[in-house]
Ligand binder design. Structure first.
Ligand code: F6R
Length: 633
């Protein structure tokens, strides 16, 4: 969370930094700020609470247009910027980054959490430092200024300060005493440096939390590793570890085109991303499921990677899936599917729980980490813990350049494309599709299912995209439901079997973008507590699919109706006329094999959440208190 940017080159830094911050808004949007050294080498800081646009409106127009320092003292043009997701202190102007110390000599921007910030703050206050913000970040900059009183080499100043910090951070700093130098350090939070050239052939460097903020300027990137610090100056880039030992930087040339972030005529990114799902599933299957008669090809990259992975799959006797939020829900669908089909035990763990217990993990486990961003702090820590315990990790991610993808033993890109909306939609369907492919591949290898069954699954999987299109072409009923239930205070989502995780995902979507209280339950759990809540003010959205649990779900819906709840059915099979009065609304969607139905049942729930939030006038793409990439614990 939080996005940081730093620039050193011949261009005007502030417009470039603000533009790069725009690409990082998914990481937080509580406040934004920039700092730079002007022609007189004075440290200038602008910051504003709220979205980036507030900062843009605050910046003097000449700052955006003028080539800063062009006629100045020969300094390169240097600046840093930040977009905040608040951890310590309210989202106001004072707590916004960049922060500086009492002598206004150094400015820093920071992503992460300093766990011992309070001790550092107290120590410095005792020495006379006056703190202005409530942030943990201010402790870092005051500490830097304190160390800089007796140390001239700013790299050493930072290295000394870092030895005193506990927690996670990526930070970028500038100092008046070293006006030609930009510093960047990483410990458990992502940081990447773009190495480019401007049109006149002058070198330029852009530091950012994510390559998306850099790729419009250069595709040559250095991904910092934990425990590395970079000093960037007109002479070039010096990379060191935290002991101060020089490291040879590895410059990677990435193939990513500059990312166009465009709503393509949709009102919100979320709606656009929901509508992209048929193509996302097609994309995800392409090259992997070539025909129903051919075995699944999982990793895609090289035959060597595939052979290695296949050899490893032969050795496993358990699958452990780890993720957070929506990725965790996708993992649950995977559990239902893989365990039933392959008859291998599958556990699903919330990463934040997994990492702080002492889980049993063995080298015969396949650990699957699922993360859209590939940077979620808890999932990354879980991946590392699994490695420590000797397991091999397969990472399902939407970001092949992420820290998780770099650290995992095997990577299966989910190919959802850039997901801008904070509420995950297309990444969920892409993750679920990837898990289906993994399950079928495992079943094929182990001959756990007969060929006809596997062919039927593959054939049905290939039909999913056009069925999603059918759901997307018929949204009138969902829009009407959104208006009807938009003012409901509580919504329960119920389902059973492989659709139980869909109920959880439907509830998560609704609560995060509409702020309506919503919970997802197994229909069978209703009577063990939640049923006490039911009365005529509560909506119960049920997912009923043809197959093993249809009748059970009908009974659960009747139990809800008997308590006056307003029961809605999302179903892929006609509800018998005699039972139709159980439901206030019924939405029929296309049928599919029961195991694959989550790819279809999820879509109306995403749309319902979207239309309800829209009806309530909420900020759909950037809901309050959230951020897209959760890089703090
Ligand atoms: C919900 C949502 C979050 C993420 C979670 C994990 O719509 O987006 O619950 O799913 O923060 O993020 P990743 O998948 O990036 O690890």
């Amino acid at each position: 969370m939080c996005g940081i940017v730093g620039y050193l080159g011949h261009k005007s830094p502030i417009p470039l930094i603000v533009d790069s911050l725009r690409h990082l808004e998914y990481r937080g949007y509580d406040s934004a700020g920039v700092a730079y050294l002007d022609d007189e080498n004075l440290l200038r800081i602008y910051k504003a609470s709220g979205k980036l646009i507030n900062l843009e409106n605050l910046l003097p127009p000449e700052l955006q247009l003028r080539q800063l320092g062009q006629n100045g003292n020969g300094h390169r043009h240097i600046g840093i910027g930040h977009i905040r997701w608040a951890t310590h202190g309210a989202a106001n102007d004072t707590n916004a980054h960049p922060h500086t110390g009492n002598r206004s000599e150094i400015a820093i921007v920071h992503n992460g959490i300093i766990e011992n910030f309070y001790e550092i703050r107290q120590e410095l206050q005792a020495k006379g430092h006056v703190f202005h913000s409530e942030t943990d970040t201010e402790s870092i900059v005051q500490l830097l200024e304190s160390i800089a009183e007796s140390e001239n080499d700013f790299c050493k100043v930072i290295l000394k300060a870092l030895t005193k910090l506990d927690g996670a951070y990526a930070l970028t700093a500038i100092s008046k005493k070293h006006p030609n130098r930009l510093y960047a350090a990483r410990h458990q939070a992502p940081l990447v440096i773009g190495v480019g050239q401007d049109v006149n052939g002058h070198p330029e460097y852009i530091v950012a939390s994510d390559a998306v903020a850099i790729v419009q300027h250069t595709n040559k990137l250095i991904y910092l590793k934990d425990g590395e610090i970079a000093e960037i100056s007109p002479e070039g880039l010096r990379l060191m570890n935290f002991k101060g030992e020089i490291i040879e930087p590895v410059i990677e040339t990435i193939s990513t085109d500059p990312l166009t972030i465009d709503k393509k005529g949709y009102k919100h990114f979320m709606l656009k991303e929901i509508y992209e799902q048929p193509d996302i599933v097609r994309n995800s299957l392409s090259g992997r499921l070539k025909s129903i008669h051919q075995p699944i090809w999982l990793l895609g990259d090289t035959p060597e990677a595939e052979t290695l992975f296949n050899a490893f799959l032969d050795t496993i006797d358990r699958v452990v899936i780890i993720g957070c939020g929506t990725s965790y829900n996708a993992g649950l669908v995977g559990k239902y599917f893989i365990e039933e089909l392959v008859q291998v035990p599958v556990e699903v763990e919330a990463a934040g729980e997994f990492r702080y217990r002492n889980p049993f993990i063995s080298p015969r486990d396949l650990v699957v980490t699922i993360s859209q961003s590939g940077e979620t702090a808890d999932t990354l820590a879980a991946l590392r813990l699994a490695h420590q315990k000797g397991a091999k990790v397969l990472n399902l991610t939407n970001r092949e350049d992420s820290t998780m993808a770099r650290e995992a033993d095997f990577v299966m890109p989910v190919r959802a494309g850039v997901e801008v909306s904070v509420a995950a939609t297309k990444s969920f369907t892409a993750q679920v599709t990837a898990l289906y492919l993994l399950g079928i591949a495992l079943a094929e290898k182990r001959q756990a299912a007969n060929p006809e069954q596997l062919e039927a699954l593959k054939a049905d999987l290939l039909k999913i995209p056009s069925r999603i299109e059918t759901v997307l072409h018929n949204t009138d009923a969902l829009q009407a439901m959104a208006r009807k239930y938009g003012n409901t205070r509580d919504v329960l989502f119920i389902a059973r079997g492989v659709n139980f995780p869909v109920a959880m995902e439907g509830a998560l979507k609704l609560k995060e973008i509409s702020y309506i209280h919503a919970e997802g339950y197994s229909g069978s759990e209703l009577k063990h507590g939640p049923i006490a809540m039911l009365d005529s003010s509560i909506a119960v959205v049920s997912v009923l699919t043809k197959g093993t649990v249809f009748e059970k779900m009908i009974s659960n819906c009747q139990e809800a109706k008997a308590r006056d709840a307003r029961v809605v059915a999302i179903t892929n099979t006609p509800i018998p006329p005699a039972l139709q009065n159980t439901f206030e609304d019924i939405l029929e969607i296309p049928e599919s094999l029961e195991q694959l139905s989550p790819l279809l049942t999820t879509i109306p729930l995403q749309l319902l959440a979207y239309y309800m939030a829209e009806f309530l006038g909420k900020d759909v793409d950037q809901p309050r208190n959230l951020a897209k990439s959760v890089t703090v614990e």
